[in-house]
Write a protein that binds this ligand. Structure first.
Ligand code: TYD
Length: 218
């Protein structure tokens, strides 16, 4: 797929699975091997993509509009960041990519995955990440972590979760996140070569050992 080029690694998981912490650590480990690393995210990763992110996380919209905007941002991201970086031999580590659309819009919002596949083929052809790490935690654990994050970001001392700071996805209920989690697990079962599930409930040091081994193998 990316023969002779950089590697494309994506990190996935429900909100609150802890992928941001692992992403920073992983990028540092790869850099220590004298490899140039581009850290990026979806939706976003380009100036236009970041504007689309603000819209899609903030404005109420039809599910198909939401999905189309995810892929519009992705198209820019591929063209301006991902493809050129890989071609230049850099590794690209992205906080989410197309598996998130299958999990959130397909699983969470119950959109027909065949429609998502059509957009996937349109926007990226056969292109896929070399490796996708799915950080998996029980839905309750993820909800607790999201709650803790809300409290950290709070400016008042009321003790109530700062609901207003939650984006359109973080505001969803437990059933939504169960469907997102199932969406990721189903997809990982479908693409076992590319997608690795990590139990994100384990101690950080354990996860880092597993990550180190996986990265060495590619
Ligand atoms: P996230 O990456 O979790 O950022 P933060 O850690 O800053 O909250 O937030 C992005 C949100 O976008 C997340 O809730 C998942 C959602 N999302 C989709 O619904 N579909 C997609 O295709 C992508 C890339 C993200």
């Amino acid at each position: 797929m990316n023969q002779g080029r950089g590697k494309f690694i994506t990190l996935e998981g429900v909100d609150g699975a802890g992928k941001s912490t692992h992403l920073a650590w992983l990028a540092e480990r790869v850099r220590q091997r004298d490899i140039e690393v581009v850290v990026t995210r979806e939706p976003g990763g380009t100036p236009l993509g970041e504007q689309l992110r603000t819209l899609v996380l903030g404005e109420p919209m039809h599910i198909e509009t939401e999905t189309l905007l995810m892929f519009a941002a992705r198209r820019e991201h591929l063209e301006r960041v991902i493809y050129p970086s890989l071609a230049a031999g850099k590794w690209v580590i992205s906080d989410r990519f197309t598996d998130a659309t299958f999990a959130y819009q397909g699983g969470g919002r119950e959109m027909d995955p065949r429609r998502i596949e059509t957009l996937e083929t349109w926007v990226q052809g056969e292109f896929q990440p070399d490796l996708t790490l799915v950080f998996d935690v029980p839905t309750d654990v993820a909800a607790r972590r999201r709650g803790a994050r809300d409290l950290e970001g709070e400016s008042t001392s009321s003790g109530a979760p700062a609901q207003a700071s939650r984006d359109r996805f973080e505001q969803q209920n437990r059933a939504f996140f169960e469907r997102v989690r199932d969406g990721y697990l189903r997809r990982a079962a479908q693409f076992p070569q590319r997608m690795k599930i990590l139990d994100a409930n384990r101690p950080l040091a354990d996860i880092q050992v597993i990550l180190e081994n996986i990265v060495s193998s590619i």
